[in-house]
Write a protein that binds this ligand. Structure first.
Ligand code: SF4
Length: 381
C-alpha cells in the first residue's frame, strides 16, 4: 500500500469521515477572497485580512509543504433541538457549539496522523497541523482535495455528509498525488439564500458577514446594530439556518464523536437561566466549549436580544435585573429588550434605571427603549 492509501486508512480509523489530498499550490479563490475583504464584508474580523498572500499560499505558511492532507469530522448531533425552535423563551446554539471545542479534538487526531506518516515514511517526514489556527484558506484546500463543493451558502458541501463537518489540514513535506475537485450540486436551488432572516447573502456564494447571525452573536464584540436585533430571533450563539434548509443536510448521518454531543442543559436552555449566569458560572458551564469565545458579556448580550424577541412579558423582572449587570453591553441590550417587550412594568424599570446609569451608550439605549414603551402606550390607547 502506498503512503497516501495508508494515511487515508489511518484517517478513517482515527474517526475522520472525509479525507483528501490537495496540491501545495496557491488558493484558486484568492482573488474572490480579496474582493470580499475589500468590500468590507468581513466586518470587524480584521485577522482575516492579515497577510492574505500567506493565507492563500500554503508554502508561505510552511515553505517545506509538498502535499496537504485535508480531513473532515462530522459533528451533526444525534439529538436535534426542536424544543428551542418552537419555544422563543429558549435559546438556540449552532450545532457545532453544543459539545466540546473542536480544535483540540481534531488537532490530536491530526498529530496521530502525522505520527503514522513518520512511522511509514521515515523520520525525515515532517508536518504541520492546522485547525483554524493558522493562516490557511481551509475550505479552498478542502474543495481542491475533493471533500466537497462550495455551496451557495459558502459552506463546503459533501454529498453524503452535507455541511455539518469540521475541517483540519496536515501539511507534509513529502509529495502525494492530489485528489481532484468534485462537481457542484446546488443546481437551481436557492433555499439558503431565501431563508436567511437578515439577508446576509448579497449574491450566491457571497456572504456579508456583518449581517450574518453567526458573526453578530460570536465575532462582533460591541453592540448588535439595532435594526438587526429583531431578526436574530432566539439564536444566542451562532446560527444554522442556511444549513438547516439545505437539502444535502436532510439525510446526512449524525456524527459519533462523544466530545461533540450536546452538553447537559443544551441544546435548548431557558433564556432566563442563561441571563442569570454569573462570571464564575459562565466559566464553569462553558469550559472547553466554543461558546467561551463570545465571553459572558457577548452571550448575555445575545440572550437579552432573544428575550426581547420572545414576546413574553413574564421575563421583564429578569431583564430588569440585567439592567444593573456589571457589563455595559448587557445593560444596554437589556434596555432594548425591555423597550421591545413594552408595557408599564418595562417602562417603570427603564425610567428608574436612568437615575443611576452613568454609561453614555447605555443611557442612550435606555432612553430609546423608554420612548419605545411610551409609543406603545400611545398606540394602545
Ligand atoms: S440550500 Fe441549495 S443552494 Fe444553498 S447550499 Fe444547499 S443546495 Fe446549495
Amino acid at each position: 500500500m502506498d503512503l497516501k492509501a495508508a494515511l487515508r486508512e489511518r484517517a478513517y480509523s482515527l474517526g475522520f469521515e472525509l479525507f483528501g489530498v490537495a496540491a501545495a499550490t496557491p488558493a484558486e479563490t484568492r482573488a474572490a477572497y480579496e474582493e470580499w475583504l475589500a468590500a468590507g464584508y468581513a466586518g470587524e474580523m480584521a485577522y482575516l485580512g492579515r497577510d492574505p498572500a500567506r493565507r492563500a499560499d500554503p508554502r508561505r505558511a510552511w515553505p517545506d509543504t509538498a502535499a496537504i492532507l485535508v480531513v473532515g469530522l462530522n459533528y451533526r448531533p444525534v439529538e436535534e433541538e426542536s424544543q428551542a425552535r418552537s419555544d422563543p423563551t429558549r435559546g438556540r446554539f449552532a450545532r457545532y457549539a453544543l459539545g466540546d471545542d473542536y480544535h483540540e479534538v481534531l488537532a490530536t487526531r491530526l498529530r496521530a496522523l502525522l505520527a503514522t506518516a513518520r512511522e511509514l515514511g521515515g523520520p525525515e517526514v515532517e508536518g504541520r497541523v492546522y485547525v483554524d489556527t493558522g493562516p490557511l484558506l481551509e475550505r479552498d484546500l478542502a474543495a481542491r482535495a475533493g471533500l466537497g463543493w462550495f455551496g451557495k451558502n459558502t459552506m463546503l458541501l459533501n454529498r453524503r455528509y452535507g455541511s455539518y463537518f469540521f475541517l483540519g489540514a496536515l501539511l507534509l513535506n513529502v509529495p502525494l498525488t492530489p485528489d481532484g475537485p468534485v462537481s457542484a450540486h446546488c443546481g437551481t436551488c436557492t433555499r439558503c439564500l431565501n431563508a436567511c432572516p437578515t439577508g446576509a447573502f448579497v449574491a450566491p456564494y457571497v456572504l456579508d458577514a456583518r449581517r450574518c447571525i453567526s458573526y453578530l452573536t460570536i465575532e462582533l464584540k460591541g453592540p448588535i446594530p439595532r435594526p438587526l436585533r429583531p431578526l436574530v430571533g432566539n439564536w444566542v450563539f451562532g446560527c444554522d439556518i442556511c444549513q438547516e434548509v439545505c437539502p444535502w443536510n436532510r439525510k446526512a448521518p449524525p456524527g459519533d464523536e462523544p466530545a461533540f454531543s450536546a452538553r447537559q442543559g443544551l441544546p435548548a436552555p431557558e433564556l432566563v437561566a442563561l441571563l442569570a449566569l454569573t462570571p464564575e458560572a459562565f466559566r464553569e458551564r462553558f469550559r472547553r466549549s466554543p461558546v467561551k469565545r463570545a465571553r459572558r458579556r457577548g452571550l448575555l448580550r445575545n440572550v437579552c436580544v432573544a428575550l426581547g424577541n420572545s414576546g413574553d412579558r413574564a421575563v421583564v423582572p429578569h431583564l430588569a435585573r440585567a439592567l444593573h449587570d456589571e457589563e455595559a453591553l448587557v445593560r444596554g441590550h437589556a434596555a432594548w429588550a425591555l423597550g421591545r417587550l413594552g408595557g408599564e412594568e418595562a417602562a417603570v424599570v427603564l425610567h428608574a434605571a436612568l437615575a443611576t446609569e452613568e454609561d453614555p451608550w447605555v443611557r442612550e439605549e435606555i432612553e430609546a427603549a423608554w420612548r419605545e414603551t411610551q409609543q406603545n402606550v400611545v398606540r394602545a390607547t
